[in-house]
Design a protein around this ligand. Structure first.
Ligand SMILES: [Zn+2]
Length: 53
């Protein structure tokens, strides 16, 4: 399942929860934080999730 526990970047104001998300997967490990950070959902992840990917 590509959809997984949420993570976000210290440098971004949105969170990801789909491992197929390009911008989300490119976050360097030192900027990656588990959880949503109370930020809005990534639109790319929303699209991927709605397509069942
Ligand atoms: Zn994303």
């Amino acid at each position: 399942m590509p959809k997984t526990n949420p993570w976000h970047s210290l440098k971004e104001n949105r969170y990801h929860d789909n491992t197929r998300c390009g911008p989300g997967s490119e976050i360097p490990a030192h900027n990656r934080v588990p959880g949503t950070g109370n930020k809005p959902h990534c639109t790319d992840c929303t699209k991927l999730n709605s397509e069942g990917k």
